[in-house]
Design a protein around this ligand. Structure first.
Ligand SMILES: [Zn+2]
Ligand SMILES: [Zn+2]
Length: 264
C-alpha cells in the first residue's frame, strides 16, 4: 500500500501544520541585504537571481498548499464518491432526485462534479454531497491533481494489473486484478482501502472500474477470499459482484504469469 501523506495530514480536522512562511522572509532578507561597499559581482547577481526564483517557487508551493487546505475545509474533507457520470435518480438514502431536488456543484479536491441531495441537506443528514466519478476514466500517466484512477497494466497476459485511486498523487485505495482476454476469465485478487478513508465509496468505485475492464456479459469473474471482518462482510454483502467470492478460478495463462506450472 502506498503511503498516505498530506491528505490525512490536512484532513477533516482542518489542521495544516506543514504550512510555514518563514523560509520566504529569510530568503528575501538574504537577497536584499547590502554587500558592504563592494559593487555586486556577476556571481552575486546570479546568486540573487537563483534566490529570487527559489522564493517564487516556495511562495507558489505555499499558495497551492493553502488553497488546497481551504478547499478541503470547504468540501468538508474527502467527500464520498459515486461511480456515476450523471446525478442518480435517487440519493443513497433513497430520496427521489426529482422530488427531493439536487444541487450540482464541483469538488475542488477531486476536480469532479458533485451532487447534493437537498432533502438530505435540509434534514441535516451527513453526508448530503457526493462526488461523481466516472469509473471508465482510467489513466496510466497521472496528472497528480484531484482524484484519478491510475492503471498499471500487467506485464504479461493473465498477469496481475492494478487500478489505484489517487487523490493528489496519494494512493488511498487499490484493486489488483487478473484478466485473460482469450480465456474470458477475470479474477479480483485484492481490494484495499486505507483505513482512514473508508466508507466513502472508494471500494465501490474501484470495483466498478475493475468490472468495466472485463464486462461480466463476456467474462467469468471470481474473487479471492475477503478479510473476515465486519467491514469487509458489510462491503461484499452490498456490492453487486457478478462472480464467485472466495473461490478464485484461474486459467493456464494466469498460472504461467504467476510463475506456476499450468496444473498447479
Ligand atoms: Zn437524500
Ligand atoms: Zn487465459
Amino acid at each position: 500500500m502506498c503511503p498516505v501523506t498530506n491528505v490525512q495530514a490536512t484532513g477533516a480536522d482542518g489542521q495544516h501544520g506543514a504550512i510555514r512562511t518563514r523560509p520566504v522572509a529569510e530568503l528575501s532578507e538574504v537577497c536584499v541585504a547590502p554587500v558592504g561597499r563592494q559593487a555586486p559581482t556577476a556571481e552575486s547577481r546570479l546568486l540573487c537571481r537563483y534566490r529570487e526564483q527559489s522564493r517564487r517557487i516556495i511562495e507558489h508551493v505555499i499558495d497551492e498548499c493553502l488553497r488546497r487546505t481551504l478547499a478541503l475545509r470547504e468540501d468538508g474533507g474527502l467527500a464520498p464518491v459515486m461511480p456515476l457520470t450523471e446525478a442518480p435518480e435517487r440519493c443513497p438514502r433513497g430520496h427521489n432526485s426529482k422530488i427531493a431536488r439536487v444541487l450540482i456543484g464541483y469538488s475542488h479536491i477531486y476536480y469532479t462534479r458533485t451532487v447534493t441531495c437537498r432533502v438530505c441537506l435540509e434534514l441535516g443528514h451527513e453526508p448530503a454531497t457526493w462526488a461523481l466519478v466516472d469509473p471508465a476514466t482510467q489513466v496510466t500517466k497521472p496528472a497528480g491533481r484531484g482524484l484519478e484512477l491510475v492503471l498499471t497494466p500487467p506485464s504479461a497476459r493473465g498477469g496481475v494489473g492494478r487500478i489505484a485511486l489517487h487523490v493528489d498523487r496519494n494512493c488511498l485505495a487499490d484493486a489488483d486484478l487478473m484478466i485473460c482476454g482469450p480465456c474470458r476469465i477475470a479474477v479480483l485478487e485484492q481490494l484495499r482501502v486505507d483505513e482512514e478513508v473508508r466508507r466513502r465509496g472508494y471500494g465501490r468505485l474501484l470495483l466498478a472500474a475493475a468490472l468495466l475492464r472485463a464486462p461480466d456479459e463476456r467474462y467469468r469473474w471470481s474473487a479471492t477470499e475477503a478479510a473476515d471482518t465486519t467491514e469487509a462482510r458489510a462491503f461484499w454483502s452490498r456490492v453487486p459482484f457478478p462472480g464467485q467470492l472466495g473461490e478464485p478460478t484461474y486459467c493456464t495463462d494466469m498460472r504461467i504469469a504467476a510463475g506456476l506450472t499450468p496444473d498447479h
